[in-house]
Ligand binder design. Structure first.
Ligand SMILES: CSCCC(=O)C(=O)COP(=O)(O)O
Ligand SMILES: [Mg+2]
Length: 252
């Protein structure tokens, strides 16, 4: 599918791309894996896991964070109920994401969880990595959960391709400031950074921070994100071609 950057003429970006940062759910990995496999795996295990670890530092920290989030004291059982509710609502709250990551660890370890990546993802990441581009991840899932997911994909362990990992500790994915903070941590000008996501508001936030950003609309997306003005969504990483480290253009 032809596609273009918001600010590109002739589908060619005459600027060095130093880093590519990618979202996970709906971008590298089918949304259905996160919604229909990962979340249902963690949901019934939230209460047993926290009860089992009730005396641990982790459980104490979870309790404090849930209390801070709701602004009132809660018992551990009440906090767990709140976490279950947030899970049902797919809330991107840091303490829930941290806990989900801890629970998924066992599933990845015993082989019951294997994360699919779209077939175009590994070839593109490999080519970009070989071209000297810094690769990173920015997801609502905790950094620990990101490592687990990319460490256990149907294409093997993809973690060596990535050198930077960001979650909502850096800020909300729809907030412009998050992309400014990531740019400073990368140490590269925003104009040399490219963000890939299936979420229009995330792409818009990255663009507002001075990044390049592309909306990825996968063919299996149940609810494709509304397109951004002046930008044609890309349905595959194969549609993003980098011929040299200094010129990036999209396959038409
Ligand atoms: C890191 S694995 C689980 C992903 C997740 O928990 C999630 O909420 C998806 O968020 P994303 O920002 O990758 O769309
Ligand atoms: Mg996403």
């Amino acid at each position: 599918m032809p596609a273009s950057f918001h600010d590109m003429g002739n589908n060619v970006l005459q600027e060095r791309i130093s880093s590519i940062i990618t979202d996970i759910e709906g971008t590298t990995t089918p949304l259905t894996f996160v919604r229909d496999v990962l979340f249902p795996y963690a949901r019934p295990r939230l209460r047993p896991w926290l009860r089992e670890h009730a005396q641990s530092q982790t459980a104490s920290s979870v309790l404090v964070q849930v209390q801070q989030e709701v602004g009132q004291p809660l018992s551990l059982e009440q906090a767990i109920s709140r976490l279950e509710q947030w899970s049902d609502e797919d809330r991107k709250i840091g303490v829930l994401k941290t806990l989900q990551g801890l629970i998924w660890e066992a599933g990845y370890a015993d082989g019951s969880l294997v994360a699919p990546v779209y077939p175009d993802v590994l070839p593109a990441l490999t080519a970009w990595h070989a071209a000297g581009i810094t690769l990173g991840v920015y997801s609502s899932g905790s950094v620990a959960a990101q490592h687990l997911l990319f460490g256990h994909t149907n294409e093997g362990d993809l973690r060596p391709l990535f050198s930077h990992w960001f979650d909502t500790e850096t800020g909300a994915k729809q907030a412009v400031g998050s992309y400014q903070r990531i740019a400073s941590q990368l140490g590269h000008p925003p104009s040399t950074l490219l963000f890939l996501s299936d979420h229009s508001a995330e792409v818009a936030a990255a663009l507002a921070a001075g990044w390049h950003a592309l909306l990825i609309t996968r063919n299996d997306a149940a609810l494709p994100a509304p397109p951004l003005p002046g930008q044609t969504p890309v349905d595959s990483f194969a549609g993003i071609r980098i011929d040299t480290p200094v010129t990036l253009h999209l396959a038409g």
